[in-house]
Design a protein around this ligand. Structure first.
Ligand code: SIN
Length: 345
């Protein structure tokens, strides 16, 4: 009788422990692949390089694991938003996130690099920087929190939208208020231009623009188009003055729980996702800009090289202001990436 009680007790305990398991984990059978559900949370829409990269990752992992590993993607801040995704990654409530890194400057000021004005001559130079020694060092800098940076998913240049007058020269910023992704560099850019700024989560941005909490914002064309910000912004200026670049992060609790066979599939999946996110970025941003122009809800302004130069001159002092925080070695690596891949002879 005692034995029966013991067996029933053990069974109940096993069921209870399985039910409590909030994170991705599970057993494996003879093919050695663990049965898992992996969650990937992000804040942008489906028609974006980030979501397309996440989809490619899902397709590869699910098919290579014969569906033993499921990847659930939560776009549009439907699981976690800007304010809570980091903490939930650390707690392993989510296994992958790919934030715009300028939102993580509180964890490492070097995540301000995409916000440095006109830092990269083009996408190729940005990609080369992130893939280089300094970029990789920055990617790995969150290990202290159990957060592992796997790859960079560079997106592209940001443009400015506004409801309170077109932006054609630095003076046009005066008196307007802009939403930023966060961070000291973006804040300093707006204050040097005589504008106010406020960091607002991406999931709340459409409403903030619609209700006039801020006059404008800066973003990639694919984010502006896929979230229909042009519906609530009268003007858009092609600036490419700062960038949106993502890092794909996982956590050590999840990562260390994977056996070799499972990890190999997941790692390869992330690699596939990286390739797709990178390949799609330029094309989607270009297509989105065309769509915005066709929709005709916002007036799109292209600036001449001389007009762009005015912004470069106005924002140049930012480099001195943040050199100590970001590091002269990082500045040097940015310059080297431009020398090798940039536009100048
Ligand atoms: C993103 O691309 O992940 C969001 C960018 C933003 O918050 O503006």
């Amino acid at each position: 009788m005692k034995k029966v009680f013991f067996l029933v007790g053990a069974l109940i305990l096993t069921i209870a422990l399985t039910g409590c398991n909030k994170s991705a984990s599970g057993g494996s059978d003879d093919d050695g692949i663990q049965k898992l559900t992996i969650k990937f949370s992000h804040v942008v829409a489906e028609n974006t390089p980030k979501h397309q990269g996440a989809l490619a990752m899902k397709e590869y992992i699910e098919s290579e694991s014969n569906e033993k590993i499921k990847v659930e993607i939560y776009p549009n801040s439907s699981l976690f938003g800007d304010d809570d995704e980091y903490q939930n990654l650390v707690s392993n409530n989510v296994q992958f996130i790919a934030p715009d890194i300028s939102k993580f400057v509180g964890h490492n000021p070097q995540f301000n690099v995409p916000s440095l004005p006109f830092a990269f001559d083009n996408d190729e130079a940005a990609e080369a920087f992130w893939d280089g020694e300094k970029g990789q060092e920055i990617l790995k800098s969150l290990k202290k929190d159990g957060v592992l940076g796997l790859y960079w998913w560079p997106n592209g240049g940001k443009h400015v939208t506004s409801n309170s007058g077109p932006i054609k020269s630095p003076d046009d910023f005066k008196g307007q208020k802009f939403r930023t992704q966060g961070g000291q560099v973006l804040e300093s850019i707006y204050s040097r231009l005589g504008a106010g700024s406020e960091s607002i989560p991406f999931g709340e941005l459409y409403t903030a623009l619609d209700q006039g909490v801020v006059d404008g914002e800066e973003n990639t064309s694919s984010n502006i188009e896929s979230k229909k910000f042009d519906e609530v912004q009268k003007y858009m200026t092609i600036m490419n003055h700062t960038r949106v670049d993502y890092a794909i992060f996982t956590n050590t609790t999840f990562w260390d729980s994977l056996n070799d066979k499972t990890k190999e599939i997941v790692e390869k999946g992330v690699e596939k996702g990286t390739k797709v996110a990178r390949e799609k970025a330029k094309a989607l941003n270009e297509e989105s800009l065309e769509t915005i122009k066709e929709r005709g809800k916002t007036e799109v302004t292209e600036l001449s090289p001389d007009q762009i130069q005015e912004f470069r001159d106005a924002l140049e002092p930012i480099y001195d202001e943040f050199e100590d925080d970001i590091g002269s070695d990082v500045y040097k690596a940015v310059r080297e990436a431009n020398d090798e891949y940039g536009d100048s002879e």
